[in-house]
Design a protein around this ligand. Structure first.
Ligand SMILES: [Zn+2]
Length: 532
């Protein structure tokens, strides 16, 4: 209770009485302890007079610093003043200033100021350091990082000067401030060197400067295959664009485009030479005949001319685009076929009794294309628009006789050498028409029925000489003329390959041969279109 009363009493003391009570409370604030303040004060006081000029010069030199010190330490300073005044009451204002000044100079020199160097890089001051090693360390840090970044030994290329100065310790640059300056230089360089490498399935294609133009070019390659129906488009190959630092061997975007579109399959066409066949060309290019015909939709299997240019390989660019299109189209639904057995017809023969009508369906499909060529088709929906009707077909059940016509025609003699072709020809300036083929034959060799049928003529007939005519099941007739002798007679059924005569040169003939004719509904046609 007493303490509380004392405190409230003290608090109400008039200010004038503070000095009298001061000594009593003096030991309480530890920093105001007179013993600590005393030594510097005595030092300053006693040698003050002789040392005055030096001291004043120092004072001038560090006036600025002292003011700074004073600002920062005013509170502490005031405290000292208070303590000194309260403790002894012996220090006057002037001597106090002297004390303070000396204190300031000493403290400033030892704790606040540092001998230092302004760092001047390429004529520009970038900081102040106490030791040049700070700059060396900063440069080393940046060079190490720069070398990692750029992939080659990066060196700071600047002229660095140092200028001696005195600086507040708080004003010294940190190593980081110096390194930041050099990082700025590195950034500028790396911006200049920054380029983009395009890689296809792990294989570097090239390096370009302009990333945006590269992306635009890649988009345009895709765009070539995009239609209104396209639902997705992507590159087949794994393509990646990586930032790199490069100054040399840069490619233009056009050059990269050319490389990406370049064909990877080598020569893709072949020019037909004498003696070529479709099968031979397909074989030599390691493809099937149907592959070859698929690549050459304009080509005809029946005709191959020297000088024709055939596609023998698909053109595959380095970078392929796969697109998917969702398409809707109508498709015919084939007629179901109902077979009816007919014992009046030979086995293997058939006849349509009722021709059905095809139906129609609406189909939706996802079609996958690579570089515009269809690769895959998945039907996602089929809607029948019209049902087909049934086709009724009669199928023969009667055993086929050996002499029945097969519908194919074999060469009548062993040789396939043609002495004279079918059609119009000029002999010694006069035009004549040849109704058959003159096929080379050896006198007396077997002349055979080209197909099964019925002998409808066997005898001598004018310029034909000894002639055999066979009428086949479909009404087509074959003629065998100029024979030396006949071995069949009219009305006889013959099978395919059966000998019907012996070769000779009877009738209007210039030498031994077989004159062979094919007549369809009475008209001679080119036998070469029938023989096999
Ligand atoms: Zn002839």
């Amino acid at each position: 209770m007493n303490q509380v009363q004392d405190q409230s009493w003290t608090a109400r003391l008039p200010i004038a009485e503070l000095d009298q009570t001061g000594p009593i409370r003096q030991p309480k604030p530890p920093k105001a302890e007179p013993k600590k303040v005393q030594p510097p004060k005595e030092e300053a006081q006693t040698p003050a007079a002789p040392a005055a000029p030096d001291w004043r010069e120092e004072f001038k030199l560090y006036a600025k610093g002292m003011r700074e010190w004073a600002r920062i330490h005013f509170r502490r300073w005031a405290h000292l003043f208070h303590g000194a005044a309260a403790g002894t009451l012996a220090v006057g204002p002037v001597s106090f200033l002297l004390v303070a000044g000396a204190l300031g100079a000493a403290l400033t020199l030892t704790t606040l100021y540092s001998t230092s160097y302004a760092v001047i890089v390429d004529g520009q001051e970038v900081g102040i350091v106490a030791d040049q090693s700070v700059v060396d360390n900063a440069i080393q840090t940046v060079e190490t990082r720069g070398s990692q970044l750029l992939g080659y030994r990066y060196q700071v290329d600047s002229e660095i000067d140092y200028s001696f100065t005195l600086t507040l310790k708080s004003g010294l640059s940190r190593e980081q401030d110096i390194s930041n300056y050099f990082y700025g230089q590195l950034n500028e360089l790396s911006d200049q060197l920054r380029a983009y490498q395009i890689t296809l399935d792990g294989r570097a294609v090239g390096v370009v400067k302009d990333q945006a133009a590269l992306n635009t070019m890649l988009d345009s390659i895709k765009a070539e295959f995009i239609t209104d129906a396209t639902t997705s488009a992507e590159f087949v190959e794994d393509i990646s664009i990586t930032p790199v630092y490069a100054a040399d061997n840069l490619m233009s975007v056009d050059q990269v485009e050319e490389a990406l579109k370049a064909n990877t399959t080598g020569e893709t066409t072949y020019t037909v030479v004498k003696g070529d066949t479709y099968n031979g060309i397909a074989y030599r290019n390691d493809m099937s005949l149907s592959d070859l015909m698929e690549l050459n939709p304009q080509a005809s299997l029946n005709r191959l001319m020297v000088g024709d240019v055939l596609n023998v390989k698909e053109v595959i660019p380095a970078l392929s685009v796969q697109t998917t299109e969702h398409v809707t189209y109508t498709e015919a639904i084939p007629c179901p076929v109902e077979e009816v057995q007919d014992d009046s017809m030979y086995k293997g023969d058939s006849k349509i009794l009722t021709q059905g009508e095809e139906g129609e369906a609406q189909v939706q499909a996802d079609v996958v294309y690579v570089n515009g060529y269809e690769r895959d088709r998945t039907v996602t929906d089929t809607t029948t628009l019209r049902e087909p009707t049934t086709t009724v077909k009669a199928v023969g059940t009667k055993e086929r006789p050996k002499t029945a016509s097969k519908g194919t025609y074999l060469w009548p003699v062993s040789s396939h050498r043609i002495n004279s072709y079918f059609g119009g020809r000029k002999i010694f300036g006069s035009y004549s028409y040849h109704s058959g083929l003159d096929i080379h034959a050896v006198y007396g060799e077997a002349v055979k029925a080209a197909d099964g049928g019925t002998v409808t003529f066997a005898g001598y007939k004018g310029s034909y000489g000894n002639l055999v005519i066979i009428t086949h099941d479909n009404g087509t007739q074959t003629y065998y003329a100029h024979n030396s002798s006949l071995v069949v007679s009219a009305g006889q059924k013959v099978y395919q390959g059966q000998t019907v005569a012996k070769a000779g040169s009877t009738g209007r003939s210039t030498g031994v041969h077989c004159h062979f004719e094919v007549r369809v509904r009475g008209t001679a046609v080119n036998p070469l279109n029938y023989l096999r």
